[in-house]
Ligand binder design. Structure first.
Ligand code: BGP
Length: 477
């Protein structure tokens, strides 16, 4: 019951949640820099409250985050100590192109990532790079309205050209957009979308989705041309929908919810829109501006692998009374509480078998290798007087999920390229902006209010994960 010899064990982060240095060395402003801490966070993320600049009334966790910009050598050394084979990170678009579409890239930004990738290579850690992780340049929102506008495709293409030409010698694995389906749930954070009064939101969302899908396909093709050995993936916020009961109405509801979720990946993995999507858009009066050329681009730019995040499964019902009982932590996806599952302190329900179920669905649907690029447990950690941090709850969560993926690989025969647990080092939570919600195996001394020394400490899970990697997934105790 082992994993393949070349299995990529590692961890994942995103630029805005760990780098900090939001305005240093020529970096431009990006969506995530203006998403505040506190009760306005969700409103801004969802595009309900317009914020294109920072103000004095709010604090912005991305500004300093865990200051990985100045700690990356120390952090990568810790990843290497755990035995990482891969490190998933994202490049900040505006560190490379401060306005999003500058002709000449920012030399300091380029140098930073070159040094970071070289540092990974020094330890034989394969960098896995997300090109866009909730990171739309503010200048492009002011200029075009974000991904509402077709011109974003060219801006993104240019950004990709810069990345591929500068880092093709160091980076083989790429992901075009983080959790591309998040565009429907957090349109500002996901795609820089703000709505004007009276605008048809579905029309806008699916138009933006179309442009991102075309941009993604163009990026895949470009990567293959510029970096022949490259592997480019799509990325889904996954988690199977379960029907609340065996009432066919519930089954149907679950199937529809899954289809909505898989919509993006259907296009990226198969190269064309699923037939039901055209029908559904027609019925809803949504008209996307899809040209013949777009259809050709989508067909030519299918991904090499399907990557996804998995935190929990979801549950849904056709009964409006049941639907009222939303799981707190699943607010973004509006899922119903599943009475068979326990939940984290943030209400995210824990379902390891759901990972195996999700993997089976994804592989049956696409027959492409899978890559689990996010999975983990957000929890409050306590530092003991002697400086140790005991996090058995995190180890238990990860163990159960690794067992489920091991079954999916060994018993179901699913090709899986690797596993990068989310937030391998504590970082800012995307949904809440908190530091308190920790995922890391490395503790960072910083609290929600921004106090702390930023010192890094190894948690119990650090030593546990090291053993897991050393034994290639055999020793999970
Ligand atoms: C995913 C995002 C990540 C990450 C993770 C955990 O949706 O891709 O950026 O943050 O969820 O979520 P949270 O930070 O809200 O706990």
């Amino acid at each position: 019951m082992r994993f393949p010899d070349n299995f990529l064990w590692g961890g994942a982060t995103a630029a805005n949640q760990c780098e900090g240095a939001w305005n240093e060395d020529g970096k431009g402003l990006s969506t995530v820099d203006v998403v505040p801490f506190g009760e306005d966070r969700m409103k801004v993320s969802r595009g309900q409250l317009k914020m294109l600049e920072c103000d004095d009334k709010h604090s912005y966790p991305a500004h300093e985050a865990i200051d990985m910009y100045h700690h990356y050598k120390e952090d990568i050394a810790l990843f290497a100590e755990m035995g990482f084979k891969v490190y998933r990170l994202s490049v900040s678009w505006t560190r490379i192109l401060p306005n999003g579409d500058d002709e000449k890239p920012n030399e300091k930004g380029l140098a930073f990532y070159r040094s970071l990738f070289e540092e990974c290579r020094k330890y034989n850690i394969e960098p896995l790079v997300t090109i866009d992780h909730f990171d739309t340049p503010i200048s492009l929102i002011k200029k075009y309205g974000g991904w509402k506008d077709r011109r974003m495709i060219d801006a993104y293409f240019h950004y990709c050209e810069v990345l591929f030409s500068h880092y093709g010698d160091l980076v083989k694995y790429w992901i075009t957009f983080n959790e591309i389906n998040m565009l429907l749930h957090m349109p500002f954070m996901g795609a820089g979308i703000l709505y004007e009064e009276g605008e048809n939101r579905d029309q806008i969302n699916y138009t933006a989705a179309h442009y991102e899908l075309v941009a993604s396909a163009k990026a895949v093709k470009l990567a293959h041309e510029m970096i022949p050995e490259s592997m480019v993936g799509c990325m889904l916020a996954a988690g199977q929908f379960y029907p609340y009961t065996c009432n066919p109405d519930d089954i149907y509801k679950g199937m529809e919810a899954d289809k909505d979720n898989y919509f993006f990946i259907d296009v990226q993995a198969r190269g064309s829109y699923p037939v039901w999507a055209w029908k559904r858009m027609e019925k809803a009066g949504i008209q996307i501006n899809c040209t013949e050329e777009d259809l050709r681009v989508l067909e030519e730019g299918t991904v090499d692998y399907v990557s996804f995040s998995y935190y929990c499964s979801r549950c849904t019902s056709a009964d409006p009374e049941i639907i009222k009982n939303h799981a707190r932590g699943n607010a973004v996806f509006a899922a119903v509480v599943n009475p068979y599952l326990k939940a984290s302190e943030w209400g995210w329900q824990i379902d390891p078998l759901g990972l195996r179920i999700t993997m089976n669905t994804l592989y049956d649907r696409y027959q492409k290798p899978l890559f689990i690029v996010e999975n983990g447990f957000g929890a409050v950690d306590k530092v003991e007087e002697d400086g140790s941090i005991h996090d058995p709850y995190r180890i238990a969560y990860m163990k159960a999920h690794i067992e489920a993926m091991r079954d999916a690989v060994n018993e179901d025969g699913i090709p899986l390229l690797g596993y990068t647990c989310w937030g391998c080092i504590d970082l800012v939570s995307a949904s809440t902006g908190e530091m308190k919600k920790r995922y890391g195996m490395i503790y960072v001394d910083k609290d929600n209010e921004g106090n702390g020394t930023l010192e890094r400490k190894r948690k119990d899970s650090f030593y546990w994960y090291k053993k897991v990697i050393e034994s290639n997934g055999e020793d999970l105790d």
